[in-house]
Ligand binder design. Structure first.
Ligand code: ADP
Length: 266
């Protein structure tokens, strides 16, 4: 890859295939370039392979065929430290350590960038604490800094998850259904926060969603996955009823039928 191309691309996937130990083929020949700085939403029915695709980007799932490049570097076990320091993750269930303070949870985002010994001893430097303090202010949780994380509401916990991701100072944030456990107000807050991070910090955001309306409002690119293959790739304006029918087509359907419940979004 040329240096210029490398700077413009967050990920390049070529002929990526993944099957689980039970033989299930979760990803089938995925080819994809994801531009640095983009806001990408992955849509698709449950079981389509969205989570597998997202998790393979930072090596949480290994692939059996093809190649994934992050920042021009192959996502393989020997490069995982580099990949994981540049790619942060936000989870549906937040994955905080509930008995630790909000501040400590945010600080754990620094561990990917610290020495092995420092990480082991949970030694945080003064500049790490200053960064975490700024990030907690950014996500509106200054007053909660020293509370146990499990005392916070779901929306607040997800904001801690976002602050922890930012503490990593990543180039990319991957978010696996980050609003699936949240109420509508918290959903809006979290989506607006991810959009602001993308816009203001230039961090590439790639997320899996179930809500077509949110994809339409926030994404600059939508990737539709069905049965392990990419069946749609375009701007949200192209997400019409045919595209939605195609993305949400069920296995065994002879033809993509407009799905009545989805027509409101087309
Ligand atoms: P989605 O995120 O779109 O719901 P997933 O990526 O979680 O889909 O799963 C894709 C397919 O792979 C599904 O059929 C799922 O049952 C299967 N799958 C996921 N994880 C495993 C696993 N650890 N072992 C076997 N099959 C799995």
């Amino acid at each position: 890859m040329q240096p210029q191309e490398r700077a413009m691309l967050a990920f390049r996937l070529t002929h990526v295939c993944k099957h689980y130990d039970n033989g299930h083929q979760a990803l089938k020949d995925i080819n994809l370039d994801i531009e640095a700085g983009s806001f990408v939403v992955i849509l698709g029915p449950s079981g389509a392979g969205k989570s597998t695709l997202l998790r393979s980007l930072n090596g949480l799932e290994s692939i059996q065929g093809g190649e994934i490049l992050f920042d021009g570097v192959q996502v393989v076990p020997r490069n995982l430290r580099h990949v994981r320091s540049g790619v942060a993750m936000v989870f549906q269930q937040f994955n905080l350590v509930g008995r630790l303070s909000v501040m400590t949870n945010v600080l754990t985002g620094r561990l990917a960038r610290r020495s092995w010994l420092g990480s082991l001893l949970h030694l945080f430097r003064r500049d790490d604490v200053e960064l975490a303090t700024r990030l907690l202010a950014r996500v509106g949780l200054t007053e909660r800094a020293w509370q146990r994380a499990d005392k916070l509401s779901g929306g607040q916990q997800q904001r801690v998850g976002i602050a922890r991701a930012l503490a990593q100072q990543p180039k990319v944030i991957l978010a696996d259904e980050p609003v699936a456990s949240l109420d509508p107000l918290a959903t809006e807050e979290v989506m607006a926060m991810l959009a602001a991070i993308n816009r203001e910090d230039g961090i590439t955001v790639i997320l899996n969603l179930h809500q077509v309306d949110l994809a339409k409002r926030f994404a600059d690119r939508v990737i539709g996955v069905n049965a392990g293959s990419i069946v749609f790739d375009g701007p949200p304006a192209q997400l019409d009823r045919n595209a939605l029918a195609h993305i949400y087509q069920r296995e065994g359907d002879a033809h993509a039928q407009p799905v009545p419940a989805l027509l409101a979004y087309a």
